[in-house]
Design a binder for this molecule. Structure first.
Ligand code: ZN
Length: 115
């Protein structure tokens, strides 16, 4: 499962950052997830729940920010909301669309506690 390996790498990355700061507990994790990132949001949430067990993130509050997709047509320059990859331009029907927003999948911030 794609989402499970993403969840594991998020946990790894966050634990590494916690180690670097000499922290034993991660209290809060903020994620940014774009609608066009190719990640199934519910599946990722479920995978994260299992990936954090026994880690420094076990008790962390996980805040998820969802980022709507936005594209710009390369032919007529219309900017429009995108619900899926490969959406045609609603103005001229072109498929030459540049994705401006929505492909993000990243850790925005973490809050750690030193003990
Ligand atoms: Zn267009």
């Amino acid at each position: 499962m794609h989402e499970l390996s993403i969840a594991r790498s998020i946990v790894e990355l966050v634990e590494e950052q916690a180690d670097n700061r000499g922290a034993s507990v991660v209290e809060e994790l903020e994620l940014e997830i774009g609608h066009l990132s190719g990640v199934e949001i519910q599946t990722l949430a479920f995978a994260l729940d299992s990936a954090i067990k026994g880690s420094k993130l076990e008790k962390a509050r996980i805040i998820r920010h969802y980022i709507e997709g936005e594209g710009q047509c390369s032919d007529c320059e219309t900017i429009f909301p995108m619900n899926a990859l490969f959406s045609p331009c609603p103005h001229c029907g072109s498929y030459l669309v540049k994705i401006l927003k929505g492909k993000e999948l990243r850790v925005k911030s973490i809050v750690v506690k030193k003990e």
